[in-house]
Design a protein around this ligand. Sequence first.
Ligand code: ADP
Ligand code: MG
Length: 319
Amino acid sequence: MPLGEFDIIARYFSRPARRGDVLLGVGDDAALLTPPSGQALVAATDTLVEGRHFLPGTPAAALGHQALAVNLSDLAAMGAEPAWCLLSLSLPRADAAWLESFAEGLYALAGQHGVALVGGDTVAGPLVITIEVLGFVPPAEALRRSGARIGDAIYVSGTPGVAAAGLELLRAGRAGFDSQDPRVQRFLRAEPRLELGRALRGIATAAMDVSDGLLGDLRKLAAASGVGAVIELEALPLAGLQAAGTGAAAAERLVLHGGDDYELLFTVPPAAVARVASIATATRCPLHRIGTVTAGAEVACRRDGRPVTVAGKGHDHFA
Ligand code: ADP
Ligand code: MG
């Protein structure tokens, strides 16, 4: 028996929402949700297109994870707490095994962060996955890109570049999707930094998630804040990449230009720098001070105090 649209929804995407604020989830014309009073509703959406955002043959469970992870990362970057999501799925065929794994990957990450899938759309077409995520933040505490001030310290979380290294291994055919190489694992299952984002409320002056490369994304943050920035290349966290087997030059390139890690990039005023170490401990996430916000509009790099020009750039779909 071929699976129809309504079988797909009923079988794979109708798990009951375990949240009291979902009055009505999947099944009616729309979901009914009750946002907490006094909080701002935070909304973000992201689309994954086969061949564009993921390699053909990517395991369905990894796609279910990634499609939600990229959205949760946007909420993390706002300092928000996620609550609900909607899934729009365009599928070339109704493949039960694929749908089973995809739903498993999606619900596993959703459950980890208490997010309920409350609706969506299911159509036939090329493989395209769109998720919209909704959450809350106290309006005055939302982390924006625009608040960086001259003299602020610039930080990046975790191990940027590791996922991009995994993607390069897959692209080059040097690893398969079932590889246990930590770089490949990280690429397939990036963890959105939600706890860190919330911990940075009231401390970070500006924040964003690194999805298109650290250097390019820092340019966006600096432009939004009307400031410049300098990155000290020797302060970049290369140890994780080098431990996984990536050479030093490649490691620096991957940290500066690699996407897909969904680490957070943020700025902290000098007076709050001492608190960053305790946030790193509390969230069990290493935080690396990599530079300083400057006057002007340029984002520059230095090595051991000397200006250097860095080649390459971040990702742009239309470039
Ligand atoms: P309508 O035709 O009224 O837009 P649909 O028939 O598209 O509704 O969807 C029926 C119900 O199933 C709706 O509640 C919708 O939100 C939900 N839904 C459809 N596709 C998905 C999906 N992929 N994941 C979760 N919920 C879905
Ligand atoms: Mg309807």
